[in-house]
Design a protein around this ligand. Structure first.
Ligand code: MEV
Length: 311
């Protein structure tokens, strides 16, 4: 067993299929390798402590907002028979929290990798998924597994819950612009809200349309039909807005991005805050959109070439 171990995990963006993926629809997600979580786990002679931007202190005093992290650490300590040891767990991250960029999944995956590194055990993707499920189910009780899968992998994925996990490479010169509203969204709240909306007349048909949009988006993406993909993203945003998981700022960012040359734009992740993504034909369009989002109040803007998400 080592005395100190370090591990990391990158962020992610859902291109299309959020929410409908919980109900068995397809989804496309891409890794964002320029954003990551780093975790250090160190043996300690004193009581076990956690060190993060939002909390530093003893494990037993962890606030409710970090219950997932706490539960996961306790679970790992038990699974790896480490009850007699104490740890200093340090988490640093440049993935904004609760903004649809996969921070919670990345924190979970990096913690699991660091503990396994500490005890010098190899971790399989299957075990990673199983452990990550422990903390992810605290964010909402029926996670599709999409976030964890994208954070574990190193290339874009086409995903259908419990059925399909296909890694693929994108072949397009298109760019994505990610605009952060700075507003935190709660995944569990958004998922519960989406589900309750399904009881309304006509909303099952909207959910079915979201599933078709995601499937058609995959075809458009692999065939580099970016105009078609942009149109599908716009339609997905409109339906997600009708479900009430957008907000005024996400809607505003979508309008700003489209008015400044984006081919399509939508919220990404669970919504009710978080980030908007805009698809742009090339780098100069992406830079225009990026500038306009900053002027519209984006707290952060990330510009990424879609091909950079390939392995
Ligand atoms: C959250 O990033 C994505 C959702 O589809 C929930 C899930 O897939 O579990 C909203």
């Amino acid at each position: 067993m080592k005395t100190i171990a370090k591990a990391k995990a990158h962020g992610k963006i859902i291109l299309v299929g959020e929410h409908s993926v919980v109900f068995g629809g397809p989804a496309i997600a891409i890794p964002i390798r320029t954003r990551s979580v780093n975790v250090t786990v160190e043996l300690s002679d004193e009581a076990s402590t956690l060190h993060t931007d939002i909390f530093t202190g003893r494990l037993e005093n962890i606030p409710n907002s970090l219950t997932g992290v706490h539960t996961l650490i306790k679970h790992l300590i038990q699974t790896l028979s480490l009850q007699s040891k104490n740890f200093k767990v340090i988490i640093t991250s440049d993935i904004p929290m609760n903004r649809g960029m996969g921070s919670s999944a990345a924190v979970s995956v990096a913690i699991i990798r660091a503990f396994y590194e500490l005890v010098e055990l190899k971790i399989t993707p299957l075990l990673l998924r199983e452990h990550a499920f422990i903390s992810e189910s605290i964010h909402h009780n029926s996670p599709s597994g999409l976030d964890v899968e994208t954070v574990i992998g190193n290339s874009p994925i086409f995903f259908i819950r419990d059925e399909v996990l296909r890694h693929f490479d994108v072949k397009t010169k298109a760019f994505l612009v990610i605009g952060d509203t700075g507003i935190t969204g709660s995944t569990s709240e958004a998922v519960v809200h989406f589900k309750s909306e399904l009881k309304k007349i006509g909303y099952q048909a909207k959910l079915d349309r979201l599933k078709v949009i995601a499937s058609n988006s995959y075809d458009s993406l692999i065939n580099n039909r970016v105009e078609v993909l942009g149109g599908l993203m716009n339609e997905a945003h409109e339906i997600l807005r009708e479900f009430g998981v957008s907000n005024y700022k996400l809607d505003d960012f979508v309008k700003v991005a489209l008015a400044n040359g984006a081919l399509g734009a939508k919220l990404t992740g669970s919504g009710m805050g978080g980030c908007m993504i805009a698809l742009c034909r090339n780098k100069s369009d992406a830079e225009n959109v990026s500038q306009s989002l900053k002027l519209a109040g984006a707290t952060e803007v990330v510009v990424t070439r879609l091909e950079d998400s390939n392995e």
